[in-house]
Design a protein around this ligand. Structure first.
Ligand SMILES: [Zn+2]
Length: 276
């Protein structure tokens, strides 16, 4: 959940009401899933009801010369809906300055506003031996990571099964599934880059769709100094003429490995179109 509406009753701090409200909106707040999404709530009210919003109040007057207002000063109405951390600073007050406000948190979706995104980082890797996908999900604390992964899996399966009615949606999902099913997956971990690339290039020339994973773990032979010096020299290559035609050198591991494989494919003939 995240704060969506703020009613400011008093604010004599140096921070404008709008900035204060924006800061409040970005505070991660624990989620109680028994609440309704306001657009799906039976109350149909713009202001919301107790089933679709939770209020938090804040009232602070600085008695010290400088006082920092932290999330611990936010008093939740429902103890299940409270800031994830007590230590997020909201605003600094000088002596005598006062803040009094009421904030309303609600459920929402990450695609509408980033403040509702429950994960701050997520990646995955594939282990071809065990034939398993390993997901790494870092939660902002609004929901536990296990819950995020399970809910996401449930949503995907619901979309793939029910969306036949909605053909556009179905095509989209099917396409991602098709892309995720290559004929061969190569795990580049601890493989010599050039040898791995030539293997992939050869198979690709035979018309197989190949996917390379864990590109960042491929090994480039040679001492670290030599490899780094060579890569840096390459990055310096520029053109004096048209910058749009200047050679580009990928920096990210996936781009780097892709470029090595591309270098082993016929690129200046019509066949290149088969290897976008
Ligand atoms: Zn409601």
């Amino acid at each position: 959940m995240a704060i969506e509406d703020v009613m400011i009753l008093e604010n004599s701090s140096v921070m404008y009401d709008e900035i204060l409200a924006h800061r409040l909106g970005l505070i991660p707040i624990t989620t109680d899933q028994s609440y309704n999404l306001p657009e799906e709530c039976t109350c149909k009210s713009e202001l919301g009801c107790e089933k679709c919003r939770a209020s938090l109040s804040l009232e602070v007057e600085a008695s010290d010369p400088v006082e920092v207002v932290y999330t611990s000063n936010l008093k939740p109405e429902n103890p299940e809906v409270k800031p994830v951390s007590d230590k997020v600073p909201i605003v600094k007050l000088a002596q005598g300055q006062r803040i009094k406000l009421e904030a309303y948190a609600r459920l929402g979706r990450g695609r509408d506003h980033a403040k509702w995104q429950p994960a701050s980082a997520c990646t995955y890797s594939y282990d071809p031996k065990a034939k398993t996908f390993n997901f790494f999900v870092e939660s902002t604390g609004t929901l536990p990571p296990e819950k995020l992964v399970l809910d996401a899996a449930r949503l995907i399966s619901a979309k793939t099964l029910d969306s036949r009615k909605d053909s556009e949606e179905f095509l989209k999902v099917k396409k991602t599934v098709a892309v995720a099913q290559p004929e061969e997956i190569v795990d580049a971990s601890n493989l010599i880059l050039g040898r791995m690339a030539s293997y992939v290039a050869k198979k690709a020339l035979d018309g197989k769709s190949m996917v390379v994973i864990n590109a960042e773990r491929a090994v480039i032979s040679g001492t670290k100094e030599r490899v780094v010096a060579r890569a840096k020299l390459k990055l310096k290559t520029r053109t004096l003429g048209n910058l749009e035609k200047s050679p580009t050198h990928p920096r990210k591991p996936d781009g780097y490995v892709r470029r090595v494989i591309r270098g082993m494919l016929p690129w200046k003939t019509r066949r290149q179109r088969r290897f976008p």
